[in-house]
Design a protein around this ligand. Structure first.
Ligand code: EPU
Length: 420
């Protein structure tokens, strides 16, 4: 297992180019199961989670090639409808093969993904939606076993106690493309990744309106055909690099980004003292004033994303004054607090709130990554800490950041990988 070593204290400078969005590409790869034709997906990041999804699609009977950011999925008439526990348990997004399998093969057996370190993460909304479309669903031996004679369009309210569900919306939208009649998803997730999936499905021949709003209407079609698509840039990777500039007091141009996807992040970082210019598909960022504390509530899009919560916490850790984070999506997503405190931060957790009292400096320490975004938060803290920070368990980072250490090195960071 590898670990990352960071010697902090360098102001990052230069340009960094953002990769395709992990959370867009995973459901889009699952959507290729909806057709017998070939699909070509471009701008695919080389990530552990992408390889997991490709393995699942292969295990179901498709042929898959992945080279230089392009995935080609071929092979008509696949027949395997079982997504195995070994693969699904390593990545929750694999659960979104359920909707496409059910719509295309009229049956599916997909392992339940289980909880993870950021919370319990149920799938009740996915199941509620598919049942509403007419599927019979049983839970047997840790698997969701779903059957139907044909899905039928209907009205589905998909809001849960924590708001809408991103992968739940994806799953139901994909299933409804091949249902008979009209489906209306109410309280649909509005995330840009849902929009990217809808745009891919439309290229495949689906009839979808209202995506990007809480009400999505899908008019079912008999079949979908192959399509080509380029994945949107990863807004969370972009936000992480923006914070790397602020936390080190550097100046970075983040390229291949869609600034309109980062409204809430840009707003908060400006409030904290950043100067941010939007230049087409680039964002230039540096510190304008001394850092100022802010309060943040994570919310579904277009609110502040939970996937940026850990990273902004590392910036708040060195921001004079008190900042408060309220985590509304995953109230237990705070594993990084203890590790930041080991680096000298003063952060206290009170239920779904984190109270961050900024300190003058962080000091390098051996720390352990618990999940993808917590790992990014520890890397950011390491970039500004005095001395050496060692981040172990970095396989989490490889799930969602393409070439992170190389990209940081090009910005001047002293960061390298060693064997544990
Ligand atoms: N929820 C339910 N029931 C469900 C589904 C979700 O109660 O059936 C709850 C969840 O427990 C959570 C909230 O609803 O409290 C929102 O969860 P959502 O379903 O939207 O999460 P997800 O679709 O499983 C995606 C991203 C996550 C990101 C969340 C929220 C992918 C592959 N994953 O997960 O990304 O945090 O949306 O924006 O798209 C990450 O990239 O690090 C990551 C965890």
């Amino acid at each position: 297992m590898d670990k990352l070593i960071i010697e902090g204290g360098i102001r990052l400078k230069g340009e960094v180019s953002i990769s395709g969005a992990k959370n867009a590409v995973l459901p889009i790869l699952a959507a290729t199961l909806l057709t017998d034709d070939a699909c070509i997906i471009r701008g695919v990041p080389d990530l552990r989670d992408v390889h997991t999804m490709l393995r699942i699609i292969k295990s179901l009977g498709k042929n898959v090639e992945f080279d230089k950011g392009v995935v080609v999925v071929t092979k008509s008439k696949y027949t395997n409808y079982v997504a195995d526990y070994k693969l699904v348990s390593t990545m929750r997004a694999s659960f979104c093969v359920l909707g496409p399998l059910l719509a295309k093969l009229k049956k599916a057996k997909v392992s339940l993904p289980g909880g993870c370190v950021i919370g319990i993460r149920p799938v009740d909304l996915h199941i509620k939606g598919l049942k509403a479309l007419g599927a019979e669903i049983d839970i047997q031996g840790g698997y969701v076993v779903a059957n139907c004679t044909g899905l039928k369009g209907t009205n589905i309210y998909l809001g849960g106690i924590y708001g809408s569900s991103v992968l739940g919306t994806d799953n139901i939208m994909m299933a409804a493309t091949l249902a008979t009649g009209r489906t209306v998803i109410e309280s649909a997730a509005c995330e840009p990744e849902v929009v990217d999936l809808a745009e891919f499905l439309i290229k495949m021949g689906a009839k979808i309106r209202g995506y990007g709003t809480p009400i999505i209407e899908i008019e079912g079609v008999k079949e979908l055909h192959g399509a080509e698509h380029t994945i949107i840039p990863d807004r969370i990777e972009a936000g992480t690099f923006m914070i790397s500039a602020l936390i080190t007091g550097g100046s970075i141009t983040v390229k291949n980004v869609l600034p309109q996807h980062l409204g809430a992040v840009i707003d908060k970082l400006e409030e904290m003292g950043a100067s941010i210019s939007r230049l087409g598909n680039s964002i230039r960022i540096h510190r304008k004033t001394s850092l100022k504390p802010v309060n943040i509530i994570t919310l579904p899009y277009p609110g502040f994303p939970t996937d940026m919560q850990a990273q902004i916490m590392s910036l708040m850790a060195i921001t004079p004054g008190i900042s408060i984070i309220t985590e509304k999506i995953y109230p237990d997503r705070f594993m990084h607090i203890a590790e930041l405190n080991r680096m000298g931060a003063h952060i206290q957790r009170e239920g779904p709130h984190a109270i961050i009292e900024g300190v003058k400096k962080l000091s390098g320490a051996p720390v352990m990554a618990s999940d993808l975004r917590a790992s990014a938060c520890l890397v950011l803290a390491g970039l500004v800490a005095s001395g050496k920070t060692t981040v172990s368990r970095i396989y989490h980072l490889e799930r969602g950041y393409e070439n992170l250490e190389q990209k940081l090195q090009r910005l001047g960071a002293r960061i390298w990988r060693e064997k544990e």
